[in-house]
Design a protein around this ligand. Structure first.
Ligand code: HEC
Length: 96
């Protein structure tokens, strides 16, 4: 019985750690987004017609990575790491 209980405790701790990590990712992503992307895509990722930039709410890391590596508008962001892109995606997912 003790074993089962400690097993449950470990699983619960892992779940909790997972959600903390994700919240931290989104917080880091928010910083990167506000510093590098908000100027064109808007403070809340709603898009800015004046910049011809579409809304990017809920974009996945794959979509962002693709844009960053193919669009000339994003030529300056090739230096973003895969982790930073994931963090931005985690933040954009919170805006849906
Ligand atoms: C200089 C202005 C500018 C900045 C800064 C910028 N973007 Fe963009 N972005 C655009 C424009 C304009 C488009 C429209 C497609 C194109 O021209 O490539 C676009 C398109 C996109 C798209 C595709 C949206 C769609 O619906 O197809 C994504 C995703 C994206 N940007 C993410 C980002 C992220 C993440 C950052 C910050 C690292 C960023 N952009 C910074 C101007 C910008």
């Amino acid at each position: 019985m003790k074993k089962v209980l400690s097993g449950i405790a470990v699983v619960a701790a892992l779940c909790f750690a997972g959600s903390v990590v994700r919240a931290q990712d989104a917080a880091n992503g928010e910083k990167t987004y506000k510093a590098k992307c908000a100027g064109c895509h808007g403070a809340n990722a709603e898009g800015k017609p004046a910049m011809k930039a579409p809304a990017v709410k809920g974009k996945t890391a794959e979509e962002i990575q693709k844009q960053i590596s193919t669009s000339p508008k994003h030529a300056g962001f090739k230096s973003l790491s895969a982790d930073e892109v994931k963090e931005i995606a985690a933040y954009l997912a919170t805006l849906k």
